[in-house]
Design a protein around this ligand. Structure first.
Ligand code: FMN
Length: 273
């Protein structure tokens, strides 16, 4: 963890309010490439965000309106004390190679034969499989490649049972080996349409990957402003402006489902509706 003093500054255009990081964050945090997500405290206020590069090893931390308000920043010069670390310890290993599995199922067969599985055996999913599922999720496309989605893996049986008990449409979570909660970070993607679309792409990648690995999975929708949504965010300690968008129950299948042909010529339009 780094600790330093800095001055909150407003860009001349007035668009950005930021503090300058007084060290080369990429070198300091050993992040060879990609976005650097940081967290810590400014004075006594907790923050999390990503660093913007200004070139030549210079980085700034942009302060959003909510953070400025919490700090009592009124646009005048303000000196603050900052602690800064990577948002998650695991991120120090971003450059490491993660071991994943392959599948002999081709992609078209996977798409056509995937079905929602809601009954699971008691068998646990091993780490290699979990890593493969997570890799598939994170590999999804996103608007402007902003990658605003996070995945919370829940393996704790008590928590799975609690999540199941709050939503009758997600009862299968109680018997799942784990759940993957796909969340969207509104700090990173401000447009809801894109945030939800990005999380949907992550979710579908996970479903297809699970099927390809011989696992069963079902997507449970999280309704905006629902009690379930609030409870998930509260129980799993989500930061402000991070929303659960889908919950995927995963496990070894304890039911089999027939492939369903959904070809519908009435839904296909060429060149015009
Ligand atoms: C956005 C979304 C929300 C869903 N929510 C639930 C849910 O809460 N509970 C559930 O059992 N299935 C849920 N499903 C799964 C659908 O019921 C399922 O995909 C649909 O019936 C088609 O069946 P299939 O997945 O086997 O093709 C959801 C699917 C999507 C895409």
């Amino acid at each position: 963890m780094e600790a330093f003093e800095a001055e909150i500054k407003k860009e001349e255009t007035g668009r950005l309010t930021y503090v300058k990081v007084p060290f080369d964050a990429r070198a300091c945090f050993s992040i060879p490439k990609g976005t650097i997500y940081v967290a810590g405290r400014i004075n006594e206020v907790e923050y999390r965000g990503k660093l913007l590069s200004r070139g030549k090893g210079e980085y700034i931390l942009v302060l959003n309106k909510a953070l400025q308000k919490a700090l009592g920043f009124n646009g005048e010069q303000m000196q603050v004390e900052i602690t800064m670390d990577l948002e998650r310890e695991g991120e120090k290993k971003s450059g490491d190679k993660i071991e994943t599995l392959g599948s002999s199922m081709d992609v078209i067969t996977a798409i056509k034969s995937r079905k929602s599985i809601r009954k699971f055996t008691a068998k646990a999913i091993d780490d290699k499989m979990l890593n493969t599922l997570l890799t598939a999720g994170l590999q999804a496309p996103s608007a402007k490649n902003k990658r605003p989605c996070h995945i919370v893996v829940v393996k704790d049986k008590t928590m799975l049972a609690a999540l199941a008990s709050y939503n009758p449409n997600a009862r299968m979570l109680a018997d799942a080996a784990c759940a993957m909660i796909v969340c969207g970070d509104r700090n990173v993607e401000g447009m809801k349409e894109f945030l939800y679309a990005d999380c949907a792409a992550v979710s579908q990648n996970i479903l297809l990957c699970a099927h390809g690995l011989g696992l069963g999975a079902v997507w449970c929708g999280v309704v905006m402003n629902s009690d379930w949504k609030k409870r998930i965010a509260k129980e799993l300690k989500f930061p402000v402006k991070v929303e659960p968008i889908s919950v995927i129950a995963l496990g070894y299948p304890n039911e089999s489902k027939e492939e369903e042909d959904r070809w519908d010529v009435g839904k296909i339009h060429f060149d015009r509706w």
